[in-house]
Design a protein around this ligand. Sequence first.
Ligand code: RAM
Length: 343
Amino acid sequence: MRKVIVSLLIVVLALSTVSTVFASGAQEEGGAQRHAFIFKNTGNPYGEKQMEGFREGIEEQGHEAILRAPDQPTAEAQIQIIDQLVAQRVASISITGNDFDAREPALTRAMDEGIVVISADSAVNPTSRMTHVNQADSEMIGRTLIQAAYDMADGAGDIAILSATSQASNQNLWIEWMKKELEENPDKYADLELVRVAYGDDLRDKSVSETEGLLQSFPDLEVIIAPTTVGIAAAGRVITDRGLIGDVKVTGLGLPSEMAEYIENGACPYMFLWNPIDVGYLSAYTATALVEGEIEGEAGETFEAGRLGEFEVIEASDGGTEILLGAPFKFEPDNIDDWKDVY
Ligand code: RAM
């Protein structure tokens, strides 16, 4: 009798092991996949919102999201993370690049291993990606920010740019368009002078000290344009703390949650942004559409992105392809209240 019970137990155990192996095998093949997102660096609320949207888009499709960011916003630190994710055999990597070209060997190695690679928010070069998720039209962002500075300076005076890192491809592209806007309209901007481009590296303290440096070097500075959520919040803080509201203005790209205080007190008359949660969410659906083979990242293809609806892959200005989220939104005293608790 005892023998019978023992053998029965063995059979039951063996069967349950088989079913577990079968279940995990089935998951790997047709079910849950692991999708990774790498942001520029930790400690940036914009990056956290973007990754929140990515997680939402991945999990609602029944998959697992892996969210990573290095401590420092460097290409080297991101390369280490890419190599770890390749070793973990994730299904896809979405990356907000700290540099346009530097990750090419690591990312092409990932693609050679069959991993889907896309960039989001800050592009990597077309060879390093299958497509890019672009938050808004770069030309429009660059030109709009110069027009805003012109408006805030009443058409004349010194303006400066406070950017993220000097290698950030998204900020660099926007700055290129800012310079083009100035060059192409010499009569309109004859009395507006771009005196410096400073880099706060998307680190709060460095952005504060770079703002202080600008104010010290250019006592007549009228407007600071910060095309980074970290930079614009730091400039808003410095202008407010130094009692310079009205004398120096800041505009650029900011999170309503961080900028409401400075829009309300006048340090920032208005600013722009898109929804970073949606950038992450759209990246999630772009990554899974590529993994499932619904798209290959070629211009003209279309796919469904959950609650955001249908999107088309289009040609990007860097020679690769991209998916455009939409137009940026203007935040000002009249509407900031509606947005400050959203993102
Ligand atoms: C910062 C980052 C990000 C950029 C926003 C506007 O949070 O640099 O890449 O898109 O600002």
